[in-house]
Write a protein that binds this ligand. Structure first.
Ligand code: SF4
Length: 332
């Protein structure tokens, strides 16, 4: 069953220098109980997309068009008041650095109780306390009776992220958006948090959107992936195929930039150039200044997403399925 359907989402910000299109005609779907990775460099639009699903851009001078339908409700048509009823109940978000999201003045237990008391009006304080304690156990906090009364600064980074997950899931949310949830953590703790999220996904039939620049995290966690560049999806694919047969030159570049233990070559292959200035986008394909396959056509025309026979979608003229097959292989 489809839980989330984003259709033709476009988000533009007005600034003194001009209008910046942060997200450009983005469409994606997420099934109940499945996980989707959104990958891209800084400025690709991945975090702005997630903030719009959370309804957190309405006051940010953003011009938003399209549809974001969660569980049959179009979130972009809701008032701020109605969106507050959905946020924390049907959709929740965790961020990279929990210390900036947790309230340093309240105990962790109280912060887990808060969304329960806000969204479940018929629950007593004592019941909310019991439910919060249960959440501490569920996310693997040791000695939950003691930790319930502790403050965020008394916990390690990994424990704080577990508390954030407990708060996010306290009201049995259907969709969890995780924005770089492990980037600030040590590698061993990263693996524990990813394991925790995978087990919670199974236990609660949870849908997860993982926003990350780290393809390793996507490989670990997600069934499908979209790769974003300059506000557009450039590749949509099952995760496995992105690693075995990446299509878009940008996706190929991201994979080549990952260090490999067996790699005997001293230098990593970086993607040449930098992400273009959002106020001064190149003509045609926005990746053409960095693409080794760019042609004159790429400089003049913007490619649409081309659907492939296996269902994958890729924004690159090389994969224009109307071309002769031999021609495609020759260019690839
Ligand atoms: Fe490269 Fe052209 Fe494909 Fe863009 S459309 S990614 S420039 S080959």
């Amino acid at each position: 069953m489809t839980l989330l359907k984003v259709e033709d989402l476009t988000i533009a910000f007005k600034s003194r220098q001009g209008v910046v299109k942060a997200v450009d005609h983005l469409s994606l779907e997420l099934e109940q109980g499945s996980s989707l990775g959104i990958v891209g460099e800084s400025g690709s639009g991945k975090s702005v997309t997630s903030l719009s699903i959370m309804g957190l851009l309405q006051n940010a001078n953003a011009d938003i068009t399209g549809n974001i339908v969660l569980d049959g409700v179009d979130l972009l048509r809701l008032s701020q008041k109605d969106m507050r009823k959905i946020r924390g109940k049907s959709v929740s978000m965790i961020f990279q650095e929990p210390m900036t999201s947790l309230n340093p003045l309240h105990t962790c237990g109280k912060q887990i109780m808060e969304p329960i008391l806000i969204h479940q009006k018929d629950v007593s304080k004592q019941d909310a306390r019991n439910m919060a304690m249960e959440m501490l156990r569920l996310v693997g906090i040791p000695s939950p009776e003691q930790r319930f009364h502790e403050y965020p600064h008394q916990m390690s980074g990994g424990m704080r992220q577990r508390i954030m997950i407990a708060i996010a899931l306290a009201c049995h949310t259907k969709l969890l958006i995780a924005d770089e949830p492990t980037t600030a953590l040590d590698v061993t703790i990263q693996a524990q948090i990813l394991d925790l999220m995978t087990s919670l996904k199974k236990k609660r039939n949870l849908s997860i959107i993982m926003i990350t620049h780290d393809l390793g995290v996507v490989k670990e966690m997600c069934e499908k992936v979209v790769v974003m560049y300059t506000g557009q999806i450039v590749e949509k694919s099952p995760t496995e195929l992105v690693f075995t047969d990446p299509l878009h030159p940008y996706t190929q570049g991201l994979l080549n930039a990952i260090p490999k233990i067996s790699n005997k070559v001293d230098r990593l292959e970086a993607i040449e150039g930098t992400v273009p200035d959002a106020l001064n986008m190149p003509s045609g394909c926005s990746f053409h200044p960095r693409c080794k396959y760019a042609t004159e056509k790429c400089k003049l025309e913007a490619p649409p997403l081309f659907k492939q026979e296996d269902g994958r979608e890729v924004r690159c003229f090389i994969y224009d399925v109307t071309k002769e097959v031999d021609d495609v292989h020759a260019t690839k």
